[in-house]
Ligand binder design. Structure first.
Ligand code: AMP
Ligand code: MG
Length: 412
């Protein structure tokens, strides 16, 4: 019954195989008030210099530097104050020799002036201001275009709009922002043993828990996940659920039923609906059990039922795929080096991921790995902020050994 598909890929091979059949979502225009965490669909270029005029960073006086070049304590120089310019107003008078304009923070530099000084170092008189030392020409003037130059690319296509990005967009006058659509992800949990979170405990059952973690990560990545409940371990039921969700989903993520047990029926379900199976199983721990398929243009990423394994698969395999679909560039960020705070006694035949806490001790980054970790456990992940990577074929590791790590918040 089965069509041919490869088995046991590395993460890179697995991601590439999926990316080979993955496009990018369409774009849409949204309000800047909703732009946080969305992905820019175009380069954003400054349409004008920002600020558009030279201005003052202080409350003080604008004048010509040459007028006070000989000023000192014994020979102070007094200039005539011709005008007062608050922020938001243009000077009405051009300034001549021997004159100064009182200028407030953010106000434009008057014509004829080349220098600004804070009022604190002057002596303010009736219609005049006195200087006791010279000031270098051009001092304290914020030039036009100091923040952004007209024509400069300020935010690049494919970047996530951060909190500071929202303000930049506003500064640029972008009330409407072009972004990629949110990835719609349907989450289907499979397993005869699963109970919904509100149901009372029953013999031989456990709660459908991992989907809440997956859902939360997807939300924090700016995606649009939807939890679709539990489906029992029968290929026909799983096939029906996938068929039902497919028109509403860019990606369907399922959990459970992808290892080699008698009740692991994801492959059968995919074959029932005529989905194309891309590959089965990955060379990673936790997270060997994984099936990638495609049905009517929708990707189906079938993760392990084990919560920690499902999460590693989401972070290392689904994340780059979802990010690419969402139009993001540089989805995963660069790993960095950390030292193990404690020995890691297990050998790692295959590539292994270990969540831990980042600790900086005397300027060196360490990973503090919870003592007990397991495929089936979510609890050790609580409080972890980085993910260490142990290469395949590694022996037991000593405290102080270096490994690579990813920031979890970057991943999410
Ligand atoms: P499976 O991948 O279906 O063989 O499941 C592996 C292990 O994960 C089993 O012990 C399941 O009971 C458990 N499991 C499966 N689905 C979930 C879920 N949604 N939440 C928590 N544990 C699960
Ligand atoms: Mg199962």
């Amino acid at each position: 019954m089965s069509n041919y598909y490869p088995e046991g890929l590395t993460i890179e091979e697995g991601v590439e195989k999926i990316l080979a059949v993955t496009g990018k979502l369409d774009t849409e225009i949204i309000s800047v008030t909703e732009a946080h965490n969305r992905v820019l669909a175009e380069d954003i270029t400054a349409a004008e210099d920002m600020p558009p005029f030279a201005k003052s960073p202080y409350d003080g006086y604008a004048f010509r530097a040459e007028d006070i070049e000989n000023a000192d304590r014994e020979h102070p120089v007094t200039l005539q104050v011709i005008e007062e310019v608050p922020a938001g107003h243009y000077p009405t008078k051009a300034l001549g020799t021997g004159q100064a304009t009182k200028i407030l923070t953010g106000a434009p530099l008057p014509e004829g002036a080349d220098t600004i000084e804070k009022f604190e170092v002057t002596e303010v008189g009736e219609g005049s201001v006195t200087f006791f030392e010279p000031v270098k020409q051009g001092s304290n003037v914020i030039p036009a275009g100091d923040n952004m130059k007209k024509g400069e690319v300020i935010l690049e296509k494919g970047t996530k709009i951060t909190a500071s990005g929202c303000g930049l967009l506003a500064e640029l006058g972008m009330a409407q922002v072009p972004v990629y659509k949110k990835v719609r992800v349907s989450l289907i949990s499979t397993g005869d043993e699963l109970l919904e979170v509100g149901e009372p405990m029953e013999p031989a059952k456990i709660r459908n828990s991992s989907v809440y973690t997956l859902n939360a990560y997807l939300e924090s990545w700016g995606m649009k996940p939807r939890m679709c409940g539990i489906v029992r371990d029968r290929a026909e039921l799983i096939a029906d659920a996938v068929k039902h969700e497919q028109p509403k989903s860019d990606v369907i993520i399922t959990t459970g039923g992808v290892s080699v047990g008698d009740y692991d029926c994801l492959q059968d379900a995919m074959e029932l609906i005529g989905a194309e199976i891309l590959y089965w199983k990955l060379k990673m721990k936790p997270g060997m059990a994984f099936l990638a398929s495609r049905y009517r243009g929708t990707l189906i990423l079938s993760l392990s039922g084990n919560p920690a394994a499902a999460l590693m698969e989401l972070l290392m395999v689904a994340r780059p795929v979802l990010g690419t679909l969402a139009g993001e560039k540089d989805v995963m960020g660069k790993p960095f080096t950390v030292k193990l705070k404690n020995a890691f006694p297990k050998k790692s035949k295959v590539r292994r991921f270990i969540p831990g806490r980042l600790e900086i001790i005397d300027g060196t980054a360490y990973i503090d790995v919870p003592e007990r970790q397991g495929n089936g456990m979510l609890k050790p992940l609580e409080g972890c902020d980085i993910l260490g990577e142990i290469p395949s074929g590694s022996p037991a590791l000593e405290a102080g050994d270096s490994i690579q790590a990813y920031r979890l918040y970057r991943l999410f």
